[in-house]
Ligand binder design. Structure first.
Ligand SMILES: Nc1nc2c(c(=O)[nH]1)N[C@H]1C(S)=C(S)[C@@H](COP(=O)(O)O)O[C@H]1N2
Ligand SMILES: [Mo]
Length: 362
């Protein structure tokens, strides 16, 4: 039973994680097919990713608790085949523990290790899922026998009028696990699910706390952009017909408003009303055609997300803006003053703040 719950959590986590990884780092052949709709797609998938990952922690603990004496069985293996199977379990348990541990610490933006988080988390996921498939394959005969036994017992019990045989403590244990999963979910899911917001006690973010009612991951101070002057700032659009705009000129172009979420890979998300110039209008003016991709360069030079690339489907989307305002106000320094990218169905890390340059990629 625990195995089935845990398996479900792992599968949801794996599929949503692959989606997130693909949006952030698309392989060449997928680049032109990334979906810019539904607007809240990434908000939902990444919310599910972090919710199922957190739920997997008590489930993994419970699963290990039910089997741990067998992890240390002696002699370790009676045959080569069994030795291989047990080696697979070492990989599965090790990668699964490391995976939920690194994922949880990433939601806290805490990286107390020397390796890169994203690549490690990605490859561990493949090892864990591969190990899980091998494990289910190796145990398939036992799983089948167990199901047949349970069904036969239930049938016999129905015939005799007695209840099914219950291992003492089983119900209490399962109830305890279910309660743990429910609790950790309810006190963290509010970082993305609006109607659970009031219960959001343990998540590192409340999506409504921050300047202009939105959280901030990288502050202007950390990025060294807190004193950018709107009078001196210029937007350079590089393409077949490059040009430069002042902030006043940018603000004088046709403005559009869209309600779009920031959906951080760490699991929090928040929607806001953004106003600014369509990226496709800015690029068309530079002579780009409808298949253009764009490199977005920020004044934030120290961090990992100072330069990002935007695929053609987002560039074309009329909701993709170089935003100057949020909820009617000029962007706060922490939200990317004077201009930031906001696009639908996209990871927060790519919603580049403090933009200074857009370059059409040939
Ligand atoms: N230049 C720059 N833009 C950035 C980042 C960054 O580190 N540098 N962080 C991104 C991340 S991880 C997120 S989730 C969003 C958050 O936007 P907000 O701070 O306005 O809520 O900004 C993105 N834009
Ligand atoms: Mo983020």
């Amino acid at each position: 039973m625990i195995g089935r719950w845990l398996g479900a959590a792992f599968v949801v986590c794996f599929v949503t994680g692959l989606f997130s990884h693909t949006l952030q780092d698309p392989p060449g052949w997928l680049r032109d097919h990334l979906p810019s709709r539904p607007v809240n797609g990434y908000r939902v998938t990444q919310g599910l990713h972090v919710i199922s990952g957190i739920a997997a922690i008590p489930l993994l603990g419970a699963k290990l608790w039910t089997v741990y004496p067998r992890l240390f069985a002696w002699p370790p293996a009676k045959s080569v085949l069994q030795a291989l199977e047990r080696l697979g379990i070492v990989l599965l348990v090790g990668s699964a523990l490391l995976e939920v541990f690194t994922g949880l610490l990433n939601t806290l933006q805490w990286y107390p290790w020397p390796f890169p988080f994203r690549q490690t988390h990605f490859w561990l996921a493949w090892i864990a899922i591969g190990g899980l498939l091998l494990h289910i394959g190796a145990k398939w005969p036992e799983i089948g026998a167990n199901w047949r036994r349970v069904r036969a017992e239930a049938g016999a019990a129905a015939g005799s009028g007695a209840g099914p045989a219950v291992v003492p403590g089983r119900r209490a244990f399962l109830g305890g696990v279910a309660l743990s999963v429910l609790t950790v979910t309810l006190v963290t899911a509010g970082q993305t699910v609006p109607w659970l917001r009031r219960l959001d006690l343990l998540a590192p973010r409340r999506p409504d706390i921050g300047p202009q009612g939105l959280p901030v991951n990288r502050t202007a101070q950390a990025a060294g952009t807190e004193r950018v002057s709107g009078a001196d700032w210029r937007l350079v659009v590089a393409g077949p017909r490059p040009y430069t705009l002042t902030l006043a000129e940018l603000a004088a172009l046709p403005q559009h408003t869209a309600r779009l979420p920031i959906s951080c890979v760490e699991g929090w998300s928040a929607s806001a009303q953004w106003t600014g110039v369509r990226v496709r209008d800015l690029l068309a003016r530079a002579g780009a055609d409808g298949s253009a991709r764009v490199r977005v360069v920020s004044l934030d030079q120290g961090g990992a997300y100072g330069v990002t690339e935007m695929e053609a489907s987002y560039v074309r989307d009329p909701l993709t803006l170089l935003a100057l305002r949020v909820n009617g106000e000029v962007l706060a320094a922490d939200h990317g003053y004077p201009a930031r990218i906001i696009a639908p169905n996209r990871p927060g890390v790519l919603q580049t703040k403090w933009v200074s340059r857009l370059e059409v990629i040939a």
